[in-house]
Write a protein that binds this ligand. Sequence first.
Ligand code: HEC
Ligand SMILES: [Cu+2]
Length: 487
Amino acid sequence: MKNLKTVFKGMCLVLFASLLVTSCADNSSNAKSAIEAVDIAIKGTMKAELTAPPYVPAPVGDRPAKKLIVDMEILEEVGEMADGVQYVYWTFGGSVPGSFIRTRVGDEVEFTLSNHPDNKLPHNIDLHAVTGPGGGATSSFVAPGHEKTFSFKTLNPGLYVYHCATAPVGMHIANGMYGLILVEPEGGLPEVDKEYYIMQGDFYTKGENGDPGLQPFDMRKAVDEDADYVVFNGKVGALTGDNAITADVGETVRLYVGNGGPNLTSSFHVIGEIFDNVHIEGGSLINKDVQTTSIPAGGAAIVDFKVDVPGTFILVDHAIFRAFNKGALGMLKVKGENHVDIYSGVKQEGIYNPEGGTLQEMPDDGVAKATSTTPKTLSEKIASGKQIYTKTCFACHQANGEGIASAFPPLANSDYLNADVNRAIDIVLNGKIGEITVNGKKYNSVMTKQTLTNDEVADVLTYVYNSWGNNKTNVTSSQVAQVKNGH
Ligand code: HEC
Ligand SMILES: [Cu+2]
């Protein structure tokens, strides 16, 4: 530590000599604060308040550094991407973005990550606020029905992204596994009237933007960075209409804005406002009077501004087709007295509403599912099996059964699958561990046991066998029962 300080002092003298006085002073003070944070003693223990977006926990104020207990639960669940469009989100704390964590510099965070037993996959967490290998990822890898605890000291103030870092990493992030952790400086950030939590993300679905129904993740589009949805807070409309964030004329508003990616950089802009202060890249450097701030994937920014006039202010990614055609649009509704000296127009709330482009009304397919006791026809089984597949299997085997190289074997045109139907039934019933060879490629991984009824196993396998070039076997429920009973 001492040595580093001396080095910085040395640099300072050199810089001083070249008359770069101000930058020298900045470097020196930043380096100093990071070094001293290690030595901040903790006083007492507290449980962290965690909040779902767009809300943030109470400011740290002048509290001393503490041992801060963070309990985060991972939940995989179906949510609405847009009206009539569902998506299986993987979440930290049940929301996208995940729960907001608020700390101060010098806190010792004791982090427990629990993976709900109903989840299908292992996960972990990489917090960019962590100084340590993998940002915590290596210490937090956790299977469904388990939990892991590790701890870290917050050394650098700033706004940091956290995300899942389990392979395939891109897929875990694309499904919504990201959020923000704030490390406030000693004494806290300057007080403001309103604070909100906003995070952008890009999503890749098998169908096009607006195609109704449950939409599986599309690996190909994700690799091509060809997003169907670009949204704030996990879905189209999370911050519009009745969900808009609000403030009163004369108040100061601070936005904690993150970008989970996985791919796209955000050109974050509020139509009709100018950011008074921007903590560039979420760090300690403050830029003033900013129109649009760039937020990289896996990065963040803290912006604040005073709202002087009433109206609806539109939050956008100024890569503007994303706002009007893919969902990256939110609203800040400001109430209060007009100030004609600042803005003279005859302005009514809603006048800047986008021309209906974003908030598309999706047709509800409205078809009630017939429940019948007569045996299903082959095409009914295939239809039912397809639904089960999209809910249960696609996460690993992918939308078209193509699998993921060296992680999940293909079900499309699978010689392994077609060779032995009873073996396939057994795998779905009991899971599979150990080396297998599918279409000439070796896999040595774990498929978890799937909790499905005999009918569901029959239907999903019938769907798989009747898709993607497989041998069209019709698997019956009694066949599944036989395998279950060991025949
Ligand atoms: C959590 C990820 C995961 C889920 C969910 C999953 N599988 Fe698998 N599956 C695997 C892995 C990994 C293997 C290879 C296991 C090994 O290496 O021993 C596998 C192997 C298989 C195989 C044999 C290999 C092949 O490619 O033909 C079949 C058949 C199969 N799974 C069907 C299904 C069906 C049907 C579902 C849904 C009901 C499903 N799996 C859900 C991960 C998964
Ligand atoms: Cu994950």
